[in-house]
Design a protein around this ligand. Sequence first.
Ligand SMILES: [Zn+2]
Ligand SMILES: [Zn+2]
Length: 351
Amino acid sequence: MKIPIRIRAALYRSSTRNLELSEIPTPMPGEGEVLIKVAATGVCHSDLHILDGEMIPPPDGFILGHEVSGWVVEFGPRCENPHGLSSGDPVVVSWIIPCGKCYWCVHGQENYCPYAATRMPGILGLNGGHAEYMVVPETAVFPIPKGLDVYTAAVISCAYGTAYRALKEAEVRPGISLVVIGVGGVGLAAVELANALGAYPIIAIDIREMALKKAKELGATHVVNAVTEDPTSSIRDILPQGADVVYETKPTPDLKLAIEVVKRGGTILVTGLGSSKIEIPANHLVMNGIKIVGSLGYRPRVDIPELLALAASGKIQPGRLISHRYTPDEINQAYQNLREGKHHRALVIWG
Ligand SMILES: [Zn+2]
Ligand SMILES: [Zn+2]
């Protein structure tokens, strides 16, 4: 694979809090790193938290984009290439890169690895995938099985990964009743995955008809429009005792509805990274034995290969989640459309 000297990349500009498409030198892989030619990068709500100043701002010139797929180009020195990859092989890139040695990694909680927390490509410390090429530690890449489209596979590494890990934390299995509040990218992935895992019923809540229609297509048994219906009474009509699991996917969770519709002894899942505060009456929490579970990302070494297998076998179809594909020149418009709730999931196509 021929490597260009300069590449196009979308650089974060702190003065405007926008992305600027620029030419930069092609990054070269150092020790233990691999150069990836980027195929597609997802347009994720977490990026909006960065662009809209709700998280620690990255340095000027930083490259966002943490939901990435592409092709292996070349390994740097001292790589172990644990997957036996060759140049041209398609991979997804994980934004959680565990050290494999710390307390949390050893105990199987690699999504809370302190080392990983300081180097998340496209979020913190390492440049991400909004570029034609990117360099990541070789432990960040996972081979895409044959037959799975390299572009659509990008959404495995954030939307599906986040939803899958959250559902696992709540032990979602056949017969578990589930309410998903907010069916954007992660919420829709949760609906589809819960369906694959045997949850029933699966009730999707949103205020956008387009999102509810897609949720039905992906396996929601019921949908509730929180503008035209009172969501609490609609959910209680379907589940008089409440839901075993309520997944609050909103970027600014408050858990108000979740508290009203979770079953006694049930679980509330939270994965949104907004700046909202959550207030809960302590008595209500105690008297009803409600479990509130925060879940960050996924455990890449376990969850990513499982998700890729689910996708390769057709049990989930990530392509159905993708509603928009943008060129790199349209990247700021892509984020504006995300702000306005126009996407299910959108990709920027780089290669
Ligand atoms: Zn994301
Ligand atoms: Zn670790």
